[in-house]
Write a protein that binds this ligand. Structure first.
Ligand SMILES: Nc1ncnc2c1ncn2[C@@H]1O[C@H](COP(=O)(O)OP(=O)(O)OP(=O)(O)O)[C@@H](O)[C@H]1O
Length: 231
């Protein structure tokens, strides 16, 4: 289990985050722009350090560890694919990073699962938004982390593609039994994917069992129908 209990203060923003993530669960951190979603992920990944508090994973304190020693992968909004490398080279990167020979059986499996066969020798600049998302997710899986931190992974996609990738993420989550924390401002993504939805507003995360949050959650569900109709 991942336990987050941290505070971080900037001159114009303060984050107080206290929540837990269960193993193999799909959790959503839902909130508007500027609420502190990316900052929360960056604290868990170790790219930022908290002013107070700790991040504990399976009884181990991750707080003093550098990003490379944490059992997490952080998938940024920009995806971080290497533009000068082909899809294959991007997928091999997690192995090279750990100074290991690429596991070609594992790569082949993932390429098939993610439908990347025809893209394998292409460079990221010629891929569509959805294809880039799939390559980035495939590469994240090949790095075999224990926790996936996905920062608005579907935000740049049109609605039809988003629906496809939502289904795909669900399938991948179930098949590989992943622990995912997915950040979004989109209630559709939250409700479609989240087994647990944490709501963040102005740097404060409210636990899902909190009644106000639940009320908001049900309002979101009611709004979902209207949202779908409006597309
Ligand atoms: N290194 C930093 N220095 C100063 N302020 C920061 C820093 N990092 C984040 N902030 C502030 O923290 C607030 C939350 O930023 P964050 O990127 O977490 O928002 P977000 O919820 O992910 O928004 P978006 O959906 O637009 O990406 C912002 O007001 C931002 O200016």
């Amino acid at each position: 289990m991942l336990k987050v209990d941290v505070k971080k203060k900037y001159p114009s923003f303060e984050l107080k985050a206290q929540f837990t993530i269960n193993p193999r669960s799909y959790s959503i951190l839902l909130g508007p722009s500027g609420a502190g979603k990316s900052l929360t992920l960056r604290l868990i990944a170790g790219f930022e350090l908290p002013d107070q508090g700790k991040i504990i994973y399976n009884e181990k304190d991750l707080t003093p560890l550098p990003p490379e020693d944490r059992p997490v992968v952080y998938l940024p909004q920009s995806l971080g694919l290497f533009p000068h490398m082909t899809v294959r080279q991007n997928l091999e990167y997690p192995f090279r990073c750990k100074r290991k020979q690429p596991n070609n059986f594992f790569i082949k499996d993932i390429v098939k699962e993610f439908g990347l066969e025809k893209l394998i020798d292409k460079k990221p600049r010629v891929l569509s938004g959805g294809e880039k998302q799939r390559v980035a997710l495939a590469r994240a899986i090949l790095s075999t982390p224990e926790i996936f931190l996905l920062d608005e992974p579907l935000s740049s996609l049109d609605f039809d593609l988003k629906v496809k990738l939502v289904k795909f993420l669900k399938k991948i989550h179930e098949k590989f039994k992943l622990t995912i924390l997915h950040v979004t401002y989109d209630p559709f993504e939250a409700i479609s994917l989240g087994e647990k939805i944490l709501v963040i507003e102005k740097g404060k995360i409210r636990a899902p069992q909190d009644s106000k949050t639940l009320k908001e959650f049900f309002n979101l569900m009611n709004n979902l129908e209207k949202y779908m109709e409006s597309r």
